[in-house]
Design a protein around this ligand. Structure first.
Ligand code: GLC
Length: 451
């Protein structure tokens, strides 16, 4: 009995503490206001990530400094060598736009610490290389000119800064992880100073480039573990306050380590997850970030590139669960998209040109509509159009839509607006009559206008 009472007491206390954790807030924006602020982003559904930095020259992963345990001195050759003579962000912007992407997020600084922008607070920046200019500014101008929204990725980690303390991601402690080595390397390092640096740089990014639509800060791990870093290590609350004050409309990702606050980030960031895993995010505000191959930075010898079908699947599955896809390009050290990226983008642009209405402004389908036969649905709630993505094109041209009877007004292919006839096929089902020859798209789309 006593046990039972105690158990009940703990259950109530636990539920209350969970509830209050969920209630904790940093600001006072309402859900409706947040929805409004994020509307362009949830409508857009598809963006481009761009990982570009000194590591593009090593051409073997943006974590190369960590992976090969390089010191600043060993890494310096990439700074001295950096000379992106083909950098033309207008071209990037045109390619992103053609592929149907509505926004782009560029690494202003990645973990290596190198700044593509002209920061007052460091010499480790593009203006001091052979590039001799603020590359972030050119990116912003070019993407704005194409009508795309602009975002900044900013690494909270910094493997170059002299005040940044050791953690298990730092290149210098990969071989000798002993406490003694940590202590030795941490001598003279001061996270207070590094926190000031973060504040100063974030302030620069939020004030020197006009309106910024997205800020993507990366990342926090191993809460409470001295070998990880979390919100307090970054001064995350202060950072977010500065960001929100300087750019009130901005959309911020969730990696600052403020998970106890319901407004500690605007969206979840499932990274490189499979499309099956994406199903778990249904109904949440999320953006899955994905690479074309395994790496974010340009990786010359990486050959496991996703196929056109896999990329389409990620895009469609994101939208069919109510989320976004941000697809990454890692430009070369000369500042160009390599041929594999360009080829992948071209294929996407071919598909998007014909089928983008099933992506923009769309979300998951109302629960009474089931996807027939391994195909996937998206839905535009404003126009009340339901989109069937034909993953499995029926050889005999017959596709049964279970329980759709009386719910459909008209059916057509999206790519050419050609009518698709249907009959009721007994019970509550409809049957579409599709042409035997599959339209020339990897995944064709049928649009149903609902009653
Ligand atoms: C990870 C990696 C990083 C990449 C990022 C993108 O946290 O550290 O290299 O930039 O995810 O999501």
């Amino acid at each position: 009995m006593v046990k039972k009472i105690l158990l009940a007491f703990f259950m109530v206390a636990f539920t209350l503490s969970l509830a209050s954790a969920q209630q904790k807030k940093l600001g006072n924006e309402t859900e409706a206001q947040k929805k409004q602020r994020m509307k362009w982003w949830t409508d857009a559904r598809f963006g481009m990530f761009i990982h570009w930095g000194l590591y593009s020259q090593a051409a073997r992963h943006e974590w190369v400094k960590h992976n090969e345990h390089m010191t600043n001195a060993e890494y310096q050759k990439y700074f001295d060598q950096f000379d992106p003579d083909h950098f033309d962000p207008k071209k990037w912007a045109r390619e992103a736009k053609a592929a149907g992407m509505k926004y782009a997020v560029l690494t202003t600084k990645h973990h290596e610490g190198f700044c593509l922008f002209d920061s007052k607070y460091t010499n480790y920046k593009a203006t001091n290389t052979k590039a001799k200019r603020d590359l972030v500014k050119e990116f912003v101008d070019a993407f704005r000119a194409e009508g795309l929204k602009v975002g900044f990725y900013y690494s909270l980690l910094d493997w170059h800064h002299p005040d940044y303390t050791m953690d298990n991601a730092h290149p210098l402690v990969q071989v000798d992880t002993s406490k003694a080595n940590y202590d030795r390397l941490n001598k003279g390092r001061d996270m207070n100073k590094y926190r000031e640096y973060l504040k100063n740089q974030i302030t620069e990014l939020m004030t020197k480039y006009g309106k910024i639509d997205i800020l993507w800060m990366d990342w926090s791990w191993n809460k409470g573990d001295p070998h990880g870093k979390w919100g307090d290590d970054w001064g995350a609350k202060d950072l977010l306050k500065i960001v929100r004050k300087l750019q009130p409309g901005i959309i911020v990702n969730n990696r600052l380590g403020l998970y106890d606050y319901s407004d500690g980030g605007d969206f979840e960031t499932p990274e490189q997850v499979s499309s099956t895993e994406l199903e778990k995010y249904k109904g949440k505000t999320f953006e899955t970030c994905q690479t074309f191959s395994g790496s974010w930075g340009y990786y010359r010898d990486e050959n496991t590139w996703k196929t056109h079908r896999q990329l389409l699947d990620l895009l469609i599955t994101s939208v069919s669960n109510g989320g976004n896809l941000i697809l990454n390009v890692g430009p070369t050290a000369r500042g160009e998209f390599d041929y594999r990226a360009t080829h992948a983008l071209d294929s996407l642009s071919y598909w998007m040109h014909a089928n983008d209405k099933s992506i923009y402004d769309c979300s998951f389908a109302p629960s009474q509509f089931k996807a027939p036969d391994g195909n996937k649905l998206t839905y535009n709630p404003t126009t009340k159009r339901l989109y069937i993505h034909l993953y499995n094109y029926p050889a005999d041209g017959k596709l049964v839509l279970p329980d759709y009877k009386g719910k459909v007004k008209y059916a057509q292919f999206l790519n050419d607006y050609s009518e698709v006839k249907y009959v009721s096929s007994g019970g509550n089902d409809l049957e579409l009559t599709l042409p035997k020859t599959k339209p020339p798209y990897e995944i064709p789309v049928v649009e149903l206008t609902l009653q």
